[in-house]
Design a protein around this ligand. Sequence first.
Ligand code: SAH
Length: 353
Amino acid sequence: MTELTGMTCEELTAWVKEQGYPAFRGKQIFRWIHQGADFDGMTNLSKNLREELAQRAVAQPVSIRTQRRSELDGTVKFLYELKDGNCVEGVLMRYKYGVSLCISTQVGCRMGCRFCASTLEGRVRDLTAGEMLGEILCANRFMAPEGEKVSHVVLMGSGEPLDNYDNVIRFLHLLREEEGIRLSLRNVSLSTCGIVPKMYALAEENLPVTLCVSLHAPNDEIRRMTMPVANTWSIDEILKACRYYIRKTGRRVIFEYALSGGINAGEEQARELAGRLRGMQCHVNLIPLNVVEERGMKGVTEENVRRFLKVLQEENISATRRREMGDDIEGACGQLRRKTINAARGELADAEV
Ligand code: SAH
């Protein structure tokens, strides 16, 4: 089965011709796909053609297996199902400026961060560009009755986007295809744990996406305690790549910093972090660690977050505490998929997914 979702309009047109159909069908099918339609909904195609296509190709590679809506803020967490039965998560958040969707880029992850639920069992496989787009198309279908659409995308679900580089770049290009969903890349953020060579490569792509870096530590010693990737690249190397990215794109970089009691959350660490980021066009997003039971790391108190933030602000580092959304629905990375997998194995009988 050929997956059509990851093709550009030009590629789809070439494919359609190869199959022996007239070229103009390419653009028609491309438009339908980006509108979220499956073959049976492509009403300007004959029934015969739709059936033929459905036997050879996939138009919508992602469906929603389960969803949970937060009573607190309307955030919706999706468990997406892929054609091979794997599932990944996505989170839909409503803000004043629009609707933001957090998508996954891999099934599982091989980065091994100690605090993260997505990486517990390693990487299963990369998502294709079409599957990443499919996550958005699904969310758009979900919101269609309310007349809403995804306006912002963050690559912050499960997976390390820069470990699936080519598919992610292809996906980004699909977003701005003329006949497609036309989502501005200025509304896209990509989060990495700091794969330095790929950060440089991304800077060269000339795409105006916001780069977010999961720093989580003010020095390499602390970073190595929780992030294995810190054994390969130092914070100095990461910051150098960030400066390059800022120069090339003119966009500020966002640093994510998950506070964990007894590890990285002291005022001393706040001061050290400020020292390293001084003079950089950047912003720090503080996140109180979402405790993942299996990982044995501690969270922090409200007071601790406030103190850390205060130090950064006193040191003139732009910083905010990330608004937590969907706290009641397993909003954090990898948690819902994990529960479902566990439930399927009978380890967690009461998982309500
Ligand atoms: N691999 C990419 C993107 C996926 S993770 C990256 O590392 O940036 C998205 C963000 O959630 C990262 O900043 C990650 O470090 C953070 N995260 C993962 N588990 C978390 C947890 N338990 N509590 C708080 N943040 C967490």
